[in-house]
Every structure is written in structure tokens, then in C-alpha cells.
Ligand binder design. Structure first.
Ligand code: BMA
Length: 327
């Protein structure tokens, strides 16, 4: 089973000569009052590679309603945020929350550095922070939520409490090898002691299994409640650094139990806009909304543009239950 691409892809491309001039990718999405709000990562130059978030609004047919001229959320240098990357949006208890990557040492991806002859810089481990979204124009910063010294990019909040507690999935890239239960970057479950809060009670829930996800895996959009379990779209990276997307179902009460997982990717780089860009061969989902029967997935392609692909939600669930096996 594969997601079907929207014929109007890419839905967002770089524009202008300022903050979003060179790349607009990796998009979060949330469905509100008949519109889909998209927050996307944007950068305006290849040397500093500072990212900010842009805001665009689409209707249910994916027609662009509005794209704001200015970034809606940018780094606060007083907090050592030099770059804001990879947003995810979750609606929880009537509020909208944003998880986002912060780093004091942004740098262009390897493919761009090699093209421009920029040496590999010193890099601090990225961390993930939380904000409450007031109206997509103002954001209340709630602080870092990932563990001290963990290298964390793919953090998503559950849209409901689990067993009465806030919960998240995360991917500590450096929690591998001796002293850890995994050899490669994996998806972990954790509770949060509040919002804002800290993670605790970490459990590995998914490790790389198939060759297409053999190097590392990470959560995509926040999990979506379905009758059959929490639907998780995630990305997997192979040994050649090709990024693909898969899906899994997690138990509703105990989401650290995986009910099913797609053996094959449901989306992989095929189109030119996915194969060629700033980082070739990347599809990177970060947003998903359910409109009627359809699951609409928003993803970054080749670290350059934003795209959409969809599937009937019940068909994907049936496929997962039939082909996804149990672990
Ligand atoms: C990850 C992040 C993403 C990016 C992906 C592919 O580590 O940097 O923002 O889309 O790599 O380059």
C-alpha cells in the first residue's frame, strides 16, 4: 500500500530573497474550522542555514488560502536558539502545542556543504522544545522537554493523556550502544511530568527492522487515534541515507505495545522533487490530518519543498492489520 501524491505537489516552494529564499520543507499540519494550518521550516541562505517557521493555510481541497509574508516563529538568541527546525503540531486539551528542534549551531546539510566547499563545523546536539500556539502568530515558549544531553529531533506529543499522564514519542540519537537497549537510533515512549515538563519512564518501542529503515527511524506526525490503535507515521533511513515513510499501530492504552507495522514503506522518493533538492532522496512527513475518510500527510521533499500525499484511513488500517503482523 502506498500513499497517493497530490497532483498539485509541491504545495510550497521557496520564494523571495529573504528568510524563505532557499528552502521551505518539513511541514506540520493541523485541521481547524475547515482549514488546514501548516507550519513549515524555512531557510534563506546556505551559509548560516538558520531556520524559521512559516505559516500557510489551505482549504480542504488543498487550495492555498493564505501564506504569510513574514516568519511566524524564529530563534530567540537570548535562549541560545540560533535555529528553529522540524515543527510538529498537536491539539491537546483544547490547546495547540508545537514541538520544535532548537540548536545553537545550525549548519547546512552535508550535501550542500560539499557543493559549496564548507567544512564540517562543530555541532551541538539538537534538543526539542515545546510551545503553546496562541493563534499561529504568537507562541508561548514552555522550554526544552528532552533529556539532558540527548540528541533529539523527532519528538511528538500524544493528543491525549495516556493513563492520566502526558506522553510523547522521542528519538534520542545518541542513546545507542553500550549501556542502552538498542544499537541504532530508535523510537522511544516517555511520559511527561507536565506541560511544560520533563520526560520520564523511557521505553524503546520500535527499532529499525527492515533494510529501508536500517540506519535509523523517527516519529513523523503526532499519533492519530483510530478504533484499531494509535496510527503512527514514521520515517526510516537506509544505509544510503534514503528517507522513506512507514506506518505503525500502537495500543491505545499502552502505546509502548506495537500492534502492527508496515513491512514496506508507504511513501518513498520517486518524483523529481523528492530525488533532487538540497538533500537528495528524502521524504520526511511531519503533519497528518484526517478530513472525512482521508488521511492527508504533509511531508518535506529533498529538504527543499513541502508536499502532500493521502490514503483512505480505513484502507491503511486494514492493510496494517492484514500485512503488518504483530510484534
Ligand atoms: C534530519 C533533519 C531533517 C531533514 C532530514 C533529511 O536529520 O535535519 O530536518 O529533513 O534530516 O535531511
Amino acid at each position: 500500500m502506498k500513499l497517493v501524491r497530490y497532483e498539485g505537489n509541491p504545495i510550497l516552494k521557496p520564494r523571495g530573497d529573504h528568510w524563505e529564499a532557499v528552502a521551505t520543507f518539513n511541514c506540520a499540519a493541523i485541521y481547524r474550522d475547515g482549514n488546514i494550518h501548516v507550519l513549515y521550516r524555512a531557510t534563506g541562505d546556505y551559509v548560516r542555514y538558520v531556520s524559521r517557521l512559516g505559516h500557510a493555510i489551505f482549504d480542504e481541497e488543498l487550495r492555498l488560502v493564505e501564506r504569510l509574508e513574514e516568519p511566524c516563529f524564529g530563534p530567540d538568541l537570548k535562549l541560545w536558539e540560533m535555529s528553529i527546525e522540524d515543527p510538529r503540531l498537536t491539539e491537546l486539551e483544547g490547546a495547540v502545542y508545537l514541538t520544535y528542534v532548537v540548536t545553537p549551531t545550525p549548519s547546512p546539510p552535508g550535501a550542500v556543504r560539499r557543493r559549496l566547499g564548507i567544512p564540517k563545523p562543530m555541532q551541538a546536539a539538537p534538543r526539542t522544545a515545546l510551545a503553546r500556539v496562541k493563534d499561529f502568530e504568537s507562541f508561548e515558549r514552555l522550554g526544552i522537554i528532552t533529556p539532558y544531553a540527548a540528541d533529539e529531533r523527532d519528538v511528538v506529543l500524544f493528543p491525549e493523556k495516556i493513563q492520566g499522564r502526558y506522553a510523547a514519542l522521542h528519538r534520542p540519537s545518541n542513546w545507542v550502544g553500550p549501556g542502552y537497549p538498542v544499537e541504532r537510533p530508535s523510537i522511544w515512549f516517555a511520559f511527561l511530568d507536565g506541560l511544560p515538563g520533563r520526560m520520564y519512564d523511557h521505553k524503546v518501542i520500535m527499532e529499525p527492522e527492515q533494510p529501508w529503515e536500517g540506519k535509523k527511524i523517527g516519529a513523523g506526525p503526532p499519533p492519530i487515534r483510530t478504533g484499531a490503535g494509535w496510527l503512527l507515521i514514521y520515517h526510516g533511513v537506509d544505509e544510503n541515507s534514503v528517507y522513506r515513510a512507514g506506518a505503525a499501530l500502537l495500543d491505545l492504552e499502552e502505546p509502548w505495545r506495537v500492534i502492527a507495522r508496515t513491512p514496506q514503506p508507504i511513501l518513498e522518493p520517486e518524483e523529481e522533487y523528492e530525488r533532487e533538492g538540497d538533500v537528495p532522496n528524502v521524504v520526511f512527513p511531519e503533519g497528518a490530518v484526517v478530513v472525512g475518510d482521508e488521511l492527508i500527510v504533509f511531508y518535506g521533499a529533498a529538504d527543499k519543498v513541502c508536499c502532500v500525499a493521502s490514503v483512505r484511513l480505513d484502507k491503511l488500517i486494514d492493510y496494517l492489520l492484514e500485512e503488518g503482523g504483530t510484534t
